[in-house]
Design a protein around this ligand. Structure first.
Ligand code: HEC
Length: 123
């Protein structure tokens, strides 16, 4: 049972298709949904996902986005604590930072890793 759920979870994370869950049994899909939120996606790489989802705004500073590489901008953001900054990435901020940074296949842990990547590259 546990292994079965694991297999489904990695499969879902890989193709990022929630519709796959519809083909599975209801109880298993509910379990794997919760599990997926608590783990990095299969094959997740912060740099690749950053380039796909975050770079467009966070490299240019579009709409006041804190630029990756701007240590002062990130220091100000981090004053409220890393967890609060991650929460804003997950939920969106002020109507200009879209929820999940438009990475709809990203788990909460993926987004945490992306924020860490951005902070690490802004020192
Ligand atoms: C459409 C443009 C856009 C995209 C795409 C985008 N962001 Fe943002 N982001 C913003 C803007 C604008 C802000 C500043 C919001 C503000 O402070 O009003 C921001 C702020 C943030 C912050 C700071 C939150 C805080 O508490 O100060 C983080 C972290 C962040 N973005 C992460 C991400 C991640 C991770 C991605 C990619 C998965 C991403 N963003 C994609 C525009 C974007």
């Amino acid at each position: 049972m546990v292994n079965f759920a694991k297999v489904i979870k990695s499969h879902v994370a890989q193709i990022g298709a929630i519709s796959m869950l519809a083909a599975m049994s209801g109880s298993v899909s509910a379990d794997t949904g919760a599990m997926q939120l608590a783990a990095l996606s299969e094959g997740f790489e912060a740099e690749r996902v950053y380039m796909q989802s975050c770079f467009a705004c966070h490299n240019s500073g579009a709409a006041g986005a804190p630029k990756v590489g701007d240590a002062a901008a990130w220091a100000t953001r981090l004053e409220k604590g890393f967890d609060a900054v991650v929460a804003n990435a997950i939920n969106g901020l002020n109507g200009v930072m879209p929820a999940k940074g438009l990475c709809f296949t990203c788990t909460d842990d993926d987004l945490r890793a992306l924020v860490q990547y951005m902070v690490d590259n802004s020192k």
